[in-house]
Design a protein around this ligand. Sequence first.
Ligand SMILES: [Zn+2]
Length: 367
Amino acid sequence: MEKVLILVIDGCAPAYLTEQTAPKLFALARQRGFVKTVRCAMPSVTNVNHACILSGRWPAETGVVGNYYYDPNTGCEGFIEERGYMRAPTILQRCQQAGGKTALFTVKGKVLGVYGAGADIGLSAQDPDPVLLRRYGLDWPPTIQSIEATDWIVRAACRCIEREDPDLVYCTTNDYIFHHFAPGSEPARAQIAAVDDCLAQLAASQPHRQIYITADHGMNQKKTILNFQAMADRAGLRTYCLPPLKDRYIENHIYQEGGMLYVFLKEPLQREAFLNFAQSCPQVEEVLTAAQAAARYHLPQDQIGDYVLLAGRDCAFGEVEGELLCTEASRSHGSEYEREIPLLALGALRPEKAYRYHKDIAAYLQF
Ligand SMILES: [Zn+2]
């Protein structure tokens, strides 16, 4: 069976992973691989994209359209943190069914919660299993909002590979650092340096293992944050506005600010009034019906409300006091502008041009 490691660096826009920040991995890619820019799925948020990377499929098939759900029929809502949401089989499950051994390493606990089915070994830095810490000789993990958390989880995955050699290892980080520091900053460089050291060493000792390094989404500075729910309320429009990025990792984005918004209309007769209102808002770059958004982004039409709004490059929809906040302190994602992500591959199964999206990695694996 083929040996595979997929590392998903959470929120790693292409500008973070460069020849300067990861010289060892880039040198290896020149010898036996490639580095290119590919695209993630929309909305460019964590849960949606792990589902795609793990299955090789679009959200229309995975059924995962955000970090948070809302059911307009029952009014139920909540964070997506446990099993039961993912509809497509994952490569962890496919590998396991083919008789392979699998492992999932993650800084964010919810990744193990939602996608852990099919993982023979599952370890999160947020809620670590002490038995696994002892088994791999690991210290108790640092806080998940740290550079050290990335270093820790990547080292944990490498330690597991050295000792037990699982066939498929999926490892992912937290985007806390990239939410707070731009490309070129010292913390961002330090995070990539940790990955560069650890994985270059692993690649040298395991030349037969396919190694793919990619991201779930990119990251950009957001200067204007719009409380679209408050604006719609004031205009007398009865809506429920859901930012699909919304999660419990509030240290990453304190206003839950993201570049895409699902709008559920509570009053069907307000369709036209809503459309006029949303189109007249200068920060809203595009207003799509659910049918248009589903067709363009391969989303399940019945899970994304009635309208999907897209923000401009430096704008986001968020839960701020009042209706509008101008800030210099926000970096976030969710929009079209955070779709570009890197793919660094060593020993890939297909030639470089065959990979256009991160999900193509899983689509080409043989188990
Ligand atoms: Zn993410």
